[in-house]
Design a protein. Structure first.
Length: 359
């Protein structure tokens, strides 16, 4: 059985994160169609079944068929998790609405001209107000209706990527400008509508001291889960490795921060496998776990996105595609003594087992 299927349905994203393993951005256009999504999911359903599917991107809420994908998964009894930045494109405003706004602006300006013709400041403010209504910006937050819809469809969990409360740090890491408030709006709404909410935080050089601020916000928002993951040098993360990866001193400092926040936070803080230093966890890459990239490439695990052909051959990893040879994908049996990702990547400054840092 395929217990864990990670499916990147789109490469488009409102962000351009320095650590993005998929090199996503708003200029990328590669997408998995609903037909190919259903075909692929059904293949694995009929070849042993799927326990859980993680739908990500890019930003999945930019995919026009996201709701249909969720429904298809839930109708087939698959536990479904959505990974999101909490930001989507602003819907196009209907022409009738634009015309109404323009007429309302004109009427208000006429009233000002009649009663306060000298008040140029008020006129400018009114014009600016209505201009923002017609041109609200390219991106916005997830609506309550959208979040209620995915709850109605049966989404088991929604995971938000939150790296900093400070706007400058957020802008630096996420490659965006003034969009952090949309993420927070979406997160709070998801909690209010009763979705099972989780947050993923990756401690890196610019943001590891932001963790207490995020924990405080989660406490206020009644979000009871946060997962601490390790920075993995893939995609743009590989390009920015020196600026992002914590050194041993910084990692130990974050360890102390984490211990203090564990005592304060009423929710659950989960330490992800790459960060917890364990070399003995059960690696299911290619046995019970697969990752499908936005271009249709099938990998044993998301950790292998940056592997060279030479390394693929060394570890006996064969690449397949949902478009070319889906039928050749076979889950292997057996267990690994050591996780492949630990053998391939030197996580956290080449930490070895003897150099583990306890949290």
């Amino acid at each position: 059985m395929l217990k864990d299927l990670c499916f990147e349905i789109i490469q488009t994203c409102p962000n351009k994160c320095k650590f993005c393993s998929s090199n996503s951005s708003k200029d990328k256009t590669t997408i998995i169609t609903i037909e190919d999504f259903k075909k692929t999911v059904m293949y694995f359903i009929t070849h042993g079944g799927i326990g859980e599917i993680s739908i990500s991107g890019g930003e999945p809420f930019l995919h026009p068929d996201l709701f249909e994908m969720i429904k298809f998964c839930k109708d087939n009894g698959i536990r479904t998790v959505i990974f999101t930045s909490g930001i989507k494109r602003t819907p196009a405003i209907p022409e009738k609405t634009i015309e109404y706004i323009k007429n309302k602006c004109k009427k208000d300006l006429e009233e000002i001209e009649e009663h306060e013709p000298w008040n140029e400041r008020l006129k400018r403010n009114v014009k600016a107000y209505y201009k923002r209504m017609i041109n609200p910006g390219e991106f916005t937050s997830l609506t309550r209706q959208e979040l209620e819809k995915i709850k109605e469809l049966g989404v088991d969990k929604i995971v938000f990527d939150w790296q900093a409360l400070d706007e400058n740090i957020d802008n630096e890491l996420m490659g965006r400008k003034a969009l952090n408030t949309y993420l927070i709006d979406s997160l709070v709404r998801a909690s209010i509508v009763g979705l099972n909410v989780d947050v993923h935080f990756i401690p890196m050089k610019p943001n590891y001291r932001q963790f207490p601020d995020i924990i405080e916000c989660l406490e206020i928002s009644k979000v009871k889960n946060i997962s601490i993951l390790n920075f993995v040098p893939q995609g743009r993360g590989l390009e920015n490795k020196q600026d992002l990866m914590l050194n041993e001193t910084e990692l130990r400092e974050f360890s102390e921060i984490l211990k203090k926040e564990k005592e304060k936070y009423s929710g659950n803080i989960r330490i992800g496998i790459p960060l917890n230093g364990k070399m003995s966890h059960l690696c299911t890459a290619g046995t019970e776990k697969l990752d499908i990239k936005y271009d249709g490439t099938i990998l044993p695990c998301p950790a292998f996105k940056e592997m060279t052909v030479e390394k693929m051959e060394k570890y006996g990893i064969k690449l397949h595609s949902i478009y070319e040879d889906l039928e050749k994908v076979v889950l292997h049996e057996g267990k690994r003594k050591l996780p492949l990702c630990k053998q391939v990547y030197g996580f956290n400054g080449e930490l070895t087992e003897s150099e583990e840092i306890e949290f």
